[in-house]
Design a protein. Structure first.
Length: 42
């Protein structure tokens, strides 16, 4: 049972790290889109 708990915690940790990385990517993309649509070609 202890081993299973450890495995679960590892998965949760890994998932959180991936989510954070995804959020960063999304923020970068959103910023790029904002720049593109709020600052039309000069």
């Amino acid at each position: 049972m202890k081993k299973l708990q450890l495995r679960f915690e590892e998965l949760v940790k890994k998932n959180k790290e991936e989510l954070l990385a995804d959020q960063k990517r999304i923020e970068i993309i959103e910023k790029r889109l904002d720049d593109k649509y709020t600052n039309p070609k000069k």
